[in-house]
Design a protein around this ligand. Sequence first.
Ligand code: ZN
Length: 267
Amino acid sequence: MEVLRQAETLRVAYETCPLCEGRSFVPLGETACKAHRAWTEGLPEKLTWLGCKACGHVFTDAYWTDEGLARLLATPHGHQTPGHDVEAARSASAVVVERIANLRGSLAGRWLDVGFGDGSLLTTADEFGYETVGLDLREVCVRGMRGFGYAVEKQSLLEFHDARGFDVISLCDVLEHMPFPKQALHQVKRLIAPHGLVLVTCPNVDCFAWKWLDERGQNPYWAELEHHHNFGRARLYELLSECGFEPVSYAASRRLHAGMEVIARRR
Ligand SMILES: [Zn+2]
């Protein structure tokens, strides 16, 4: 009974599609998730994935409550701690910062990195000349980057306030973790300067690499306990557009399996 009670307080079932509020779903299957690094007793042993009949979005049948999220965040997360594989991470981040700089025509400005994790994008943007602010929910990440003198807060995007406006806001491997991505993008719109750029990176269900991983039974994302969504490029573009952003650049991720890096401009 204790396990049952816990499960109810940790996850809440989606009643409608988290993107379009459609009410008809197609079951896409279940995946065992006990082997996930963040799994502990009392968490669900399987993830159930659904497809929205109205908009095609792929998502889990339930999302984490604040209590559930706290349980997940309590587990160590080696590759997302400051300094992890620092040289390779810096090289990969530099490519992203250069793309942003080329689109903006400037190496200056204010940059908000949401969910900075290992800190590589934050520190590389700082290195290139941006004034950076970072948000992360993991204490170890915030303490680590603060120790190096970076402006970082242990805060969620939805609770963060800033009156000056950011020229760039990055959400790297963040949107798929959020129960309601539209809320996040509406908040980005409030925080971003006119014509500012938003960077979204996440896995891409529409690419061949994803299908190849599926074909071989090696796709890690179906068992990813921390994710609520699997976006495709087309659906992500629609979502960005619905929230007031125009996609202006696409690239394959150098860091994520089957990942995409999308840059969109605030209209
Ligand atoms: Zn939908």
